[in-house]
Design a protein around this ligand. Structure first.
Ligand code: SF4
Length: 337
């Protein structure tokens, strides 16, 4: 099925919807902001399969870590369709609803001049063996670039089939890091390439939405320098109290990471309070500061929040990896935990 510039796999969708046992089953559909525009197209397609009661979630959705269980609690759907991502592998919480994770694939042809530019950029770096990695949405485009680069004479390593990078999980890339000269990250915007560049400076990025080949390394080292400066300041002051934020979204509630953080804070000799929040904002950070007056705040939900959203907050907001660095005197940047 084609919706807008995206391809959606119909076979799994049809099979799942037809297998729902009730006569007029209820489905709750959820998509991240950028894909909510596909709601009507998907809804019309679903209505063509069988009679359904459809709900479209308007709440924010930042990934498959963020299934709308609170809405499902009231709607009691027979199925939740999460559009745009595969199941979140790092989830520590079992969700008591049937969920279909339905990826969508951005489908554009990469202009010939851009393919040439990609090849020239990699050649200029003298990279012969490369890996092209991407989030699931850009899988089709990444596949086309792999074919082009192979034909252009590069050795191209492929990630394990079905594995894609996330802003908090670069394991598909890290599995190949010792075998490649460099990586091409195919992803929209800054988010995924920036995280990749926390691990290596052998990165080039291609943004198919803007048709731009760019280098995220400079921005990543600026961010890491800023994080290191914050940690150095914390090391040079007496630390008494911290607040640990536990995530309220199902995939973002990480009991093991909260425990890891507690241990690190214990090693630092810092007292701490644990708060929970579904969506963290500057206002909520200010509430935390008003209530507990901490020396720093640790976010155990989404590790990108301290880096992307709260880097300039007036109190240090740390990732679990940064607290471990602080507690154990680690000098090399640790991301995410
Ligand atoms: S980076 Fe954040 S929003 Fe994205 S999958 Fe990880 S926890 Fe969820």
């Amino acid at each position: 099925m084609i919706c807008d510039s995206y391809i959606i796999e119909e076979e799994k969708l049809i099979g799942e919807v037809l297998s729902l046992p009730k006569p007029r089953p209820t489905i709750l559909i959820q998509a991240p902001e950028g894909l909510k525009k596909l709601y009507k197209c998907l809804g019309d397609f679903l209505r063509g399969i069988r009679e359904l009661e459809l709900y479209f979630s308007l709440s924010p959705s930042y990934g498959a870590c963020d299934i709308p269980v609170d809405e499902a609690f009231h709607i009691r759907p027979d199925l939740i369709i999460h559009l745009g991502h595969l199941e979140y592998k790092l989830s520590e919480v079992k969700i008591p609803w049937r969920i279909l994770y339905l990826p969508v694939y951005y489908n554009i042809e990469v202009p010939q001049k851009t393919l040439l530019e990609v090849a020239r950029t990699l050649q200029a770096k003298n990279w012969r063996t490369i890996a092209v990695v991407n989030p699931v949405t850009e899988a089709l485009i990444a596949g086309r670039i792999r074919v082009y680069l192979l034909e252009a004479g590069f050795r191209v390593l492929e990630p394990v089939p079905g594995e894609f990078i996330l802003g908090c999980d670069y394991s598909p890339m890290l599995k190949m890091i010792d075998r490649v000269d460099g990586f091409l990250i195919v992803a929209g915007g800054v988010f995924h390439p920036l995280g990749a560049a926390f691990y290596t400076d052998k990165i080039v990025a291609y943004d198919p939405y803007r048709d731009v080949v760019w280098n995220p390394v400079e921005e990543a080292s600026r961010v890491v320098r800023k994080r290191m400066f914050t940690l150095a300041q914390l090391r040079n002051q007496p630390l008494r109290r911290a607040v640990v934020v536990a995530g309220g979204r199902p995939g973002q509630y990480r009991a093991s990471i909260i425990e890891l953080t507690r241990r690190a804070l214990g090693e630092l000799g810092v007292e701490y309070y644990v708060v929970s929040a579904s969506y963290l904002t500057v206002d909520r950070l200010i509430s935390i500061d008003d209530a507990f007056k901490p020396d720093f705040i640790v976010v155990t939900s989404c590790p990108r929040l301290p880096i992307d959203d709260f880097i300039d907050f007036y109190k240090p907001v740390l990732t679990p990896g940064e607290v471990i660095m602080l507690a154990r005197g680690v000098e090399k940047y640790v991301y995410p935990w």
